[in-house]
Design a protein around this ligand. Structure first.
Ligand SMILES: Nc1ncnc2c1ncn2[C@@H]1O[C@H](COP(=O)(O)OP(=O)(O)OP(=O)(O)O)[C@@H](O)[C@H]1O
Length: 264
């Protein structure tokens, strides 16, 4: 892997009331890495990324960013550097798509809060990359689930973040948009060294795009490592309790997973 440790979690535990959703999670996230967080429903993936991006505070344990406690970093500094694409769009007010994507520039604006030509150029570029330019004047509330997700991704990209957190951010997208957007994110990762931390349910896309995988189950990290070592049949069976076959694809050279269901 490249670069030094950017985000370090040390024995993170998080309890929702009496329920322990995350237990003793210690991870090193290296700068410029593309991380996939995998695991069954309820295994703590969203909770983990919400702690890593500063939305949730752990019940115990530490999280540092560039060696500094995340809780001691300013909200503005975090907002300039971390962008999150959540699982669901929580915007219920009929902001236009343009307004929503412009919000991504907010942490970078000066006191007057005005967008410069450069800011607007970034906004329009991100809308174009995420194929939402044609919806610029529409209310976000009038869009389909997949279109909204692409707007939220455009807003996150407009933030020009150092770290991009994706929480099943491509789950509502059709296969063509999913592929295009993951390719775009991979490009940002390789060309601009944006660190990507993505919760993914689609294991084939995880095998295709992630260079490092973290498997979670019942709030714990079960296994982590380079995808070429840990994207294997034994781990998928251990974590998801399904039989699969993983083979290197002759054309793409990527590992491909086929589910072997017991249909008896
Ligand atoms: N605000 C909350 N209050 C109480 N329990 C919660 C809360 N948020 C999450 N949980 C519980 O914590 C556990 C972990 O939830 P989390 O959303 O992190 O899982 P996940 O791995 O992201 O799941 P999924 O794949 O279904 O999105 C779940 O059992 C969930 O019910």
């Amino acid at each position: 892997m490249k670069q030094g440790v950017l985000i370090k979690t040390d024995s993170l535990t998080l309890c929702y009331g009496k329920y322990t959703a995350l237990q003793e999670v210690s991870l090193d996230i290296r700068e410029g890495g593309f991380y996939g967080i995998l695991g069954p429903n309820g295994s703590g993936k969203t909770t983990l990324i919400n702690i890593m991006c500063g939305v949730l505070k752990p019940s115990s344990g530490h999280i540092t960013w560039n060696g500094k406690e995340l809780s001691s970093c300013s909200r503005r500094h975090i907002a300039r550097s971390f962008a999150v694409v959540p699982q669901n769009c929580s915007i219920n007010f009929p902001f236009s798509v343009l307004e929503v994507v412009m919000m991504g520039r907010k942490p970078h604006l000066g006191r007057m809060g005005r967008l410069s030509h450069k800011d607007l150029e970034i906004v329009y570029n991100c809308m174009e990359h995420c194929s939402v330019l044609e919806h610029a004047q529409k209310a976000i509330t009038s869009l389909s689930g997949g279109e909204r997700q692409r707007v939220l991704l455009a807003r996150a990209l407009a933030q020009t973040p150092q770290v991009l957190f994706l929480d099943e951010a491509t789950s509502n997208l059709d296969i063509s948009h999913k592929l295009e957007l993951l390719k775009l994110i991979k490009k940002l990762n390789t060309e601009k060294a944006v660190t990507v931390i993505a919760v993914l349910h689609d294991l084939n896309f995880a095998g295709m795009f992630c260079e490092y995988l973290v498997y979670m189950d019942k709030g714990r990290v079960i296994c982590e490592g380079p995808a070429n070592l840990v994207f294997n049949e034994e781990m998928i069976n251990k974590v998801f309790h399904v039989q699969v076959e993983i083979k290197k694809h002759a054309v793409t050279g990527k590992y491909n997973l086929t589910l072997l269901p017991d249909l008896e």
